[in-house]
Design a binder for this molecule. Structure first.
Ligand code: SF4
Ligand code: SF4
Length: 371
């Protein structure tokens, strides 16, 4: 790992252009040698959605990376595990499965024979391909995340946990800071060897699921260093990285960078590519220990937090939200399976429910009165 990051302007999903840019970025940032190696590509799929929704890494970026690696003599494996990973999940709606078939990359089902690994002080289930691959390359998407504010390189590694194992970690690490520390622990235990971020189109507003809004960012970013990538990407989105739980924890630990000033940046002047109008997730007062202390003493203060709201007229009664909720905080009404009800006192605001709902039936907002 080094401290270099390269950023290139790229405004369209043009396969040959992206292959050329990857070649340039990968060389400049010291990407790992892959000749004769088994390489796992880990895009961000999150859930089955059309690529135009910008929920997943775009299939053309995945294809470009596969073709680039194959041209360098690698055998490429590709996979991800969404929060709800049933036997029906095939990675087809996002177009990545078809890319595997077209290129000969091997699709991996993370649910098959996962292994236990020590992350921090806990045993956690991880996709077994992690032990079989010589090189892991992460392909995060530039987008917002209701819980972590911004999802980037460090967060994308979370998809190595198969299916419901992810929701279980939300139950254990039930606040933003604790969950951010867990994500950094995870990346310290399993550090992908390279990160290429798809920021050609990104997602602003209430991400990371299909409720967020696609937005043109026009960039590709590459680095061997997850923290360097997250610091630069989140600055481009207009966040102060120290307000992001993952970046703050990683900066304090000084494992990947001693400070932000140590980043060796290669790309357009940062001030010229910052998206000032990017619709960011409001930073919660829970990030501030003194404000938390005051908040705990104000009656009904949870009412001022962003929380899930169920739009009954859009609900199809699929119950994916009910099944994913790590706290059993949501239930369908017995008389009407499309009327989902939240027990607010049990909700930890992990927003897994909103991530898995593909029917625009869950909003995240502040609503002081009503349920
Ligand atoms: S709110 Fe969404 S995920 Fe939950 S049951 Fe309704 S449609 Fe399904
Ligand atoms: S209701 Fe939604 S936000 Fe609340 S704990 Fe359950 S999954 Fe998380």
């Amino acid at each position: 790992m080094n401290n270099k990051i390269s950023v290139r302007k790229c405004e369209e999903y043009d396969l040959n252009k992206i292959i050329d840019l990857i070649s340039d970025i990968y060389t400049k940032t010291g990407g790992p040698e892959v000749k004769g190696k088994k390489v796992l590509l880990k895009p961000n799929i999150l859930s089955e959605n059309n690529p135009a929704r910008c929920v997943s890494t775009h299939p053309v970026v995945v294809e470009a990376m596969i073709r680039f690696l194959q041209s360098r003599g690698a055998t490429v494996f590709t996979g991800d595990s969404p929060a709800i990973h049933t036997h029906r999940f095939r990675g087809e709606k996002c177009g990545i499965r078809q890319v595997c078939e077209a290129t000969g990359a091997i699709w991996v089902d993370f649910m098959v024979n996962p292994v236990e690994k020590k992350i921090g002080n806990r045993e956690v289930r991880i996709a077994s391909i992690v032990d079989q691959a010589d090189v892991i390359i992460s392909l995060p998407k530039f987008k917002n995340h209701e819980l972590m504010y911004f999802t980037g390189a460090i967060k994308n590694t979370f998809g190595l946990l198969p299916g419901f194992s992810k929701a279980k970690q939300h139950a254990v690490f039930s606040d933003r800071i604790g969950f951010g520390k867990f994500l950094v622990d995870l990346n310290e235990a399993i550090t992908p060897d390279y990160f290429l971020m798809d920021a050609i189109m990104g997602m602003e507003g209430p991400g990371p699921g299909p409720k967020g809004f696609p937005v043109a960012i026009g960039l590709l970013l590459g680095s061997t260093n997850p923290l360097a990538m997250d610091l630069i990407a989140s600055r481009i989105a207009g966040y102060d990285p120290i307000t992001l739980p993952t970046s703050k924890t990683a900066l304090l630990r000084k494992k990947w960078l001693q400070s932000e000033n140590d980043i060796i940046y290669d790309g357009p002047e940062i001030s010229s590519i910052i998206k000032k109008d990017f619709k960011r997730i409001p930073i919660s007062v829970n990030n501030n220990i003194s404000l938390q202390f005051i908040k705990k003493r104000i009656p009904y203060s949870r009412r001022f937090e962003r929380r899930p709201f169920f739009i009954h007229e859009n609900c199809t009664g699929c119950h994916k939200c009910v099944n994913i909720c790590p706290m059993q905080a949501i239930k369908p009404q017995t008389s009407n399976k499309t009327k989902i009800v939240l027990t607010d006192s049990q909700c930890i605001r992990c927003f897994c429910c909103a991530e898995v709902c593909t029917d625009d039936a869950i909003d995240i907002r502040v609503k002081i009165f009503g349920v």
